[in-house]
Design a protein around this ligand. Sequence first.
Ligand SMILES: [Zn+2]
Length: 96
Amino acid sequence: MKRGAMIRMPARLCPECGYLTDAVSPIGEGKPEAGDLSLCLNCGAPALFTRELKLRELTLEEFKALPANYKRAIRYARAAAHRVVDVDLARRGGRV
Ligand SMILES: [Zn+2]
């Protein structure tokens, strides 16, 4: 499988913003498994895949245990999501 290729998955909701998605673009090989980290395409929030391949929020302890490069990727994803919202608002004259 080509790295970064999109894989269709069961529909699931971001536990933070409720964004509905049914696909992933994995960094590694194959489909995500229970315990793998996911970043929301809409808000950049981190979540973990459950055994049912749904998403749940990380506990504080789980977040603290993430490698530094994962935490950095989360910060970048969150910042990028906020910039997209800012650009969308600017295009609409600041109206929501
Ligand atoms: Zn989200």
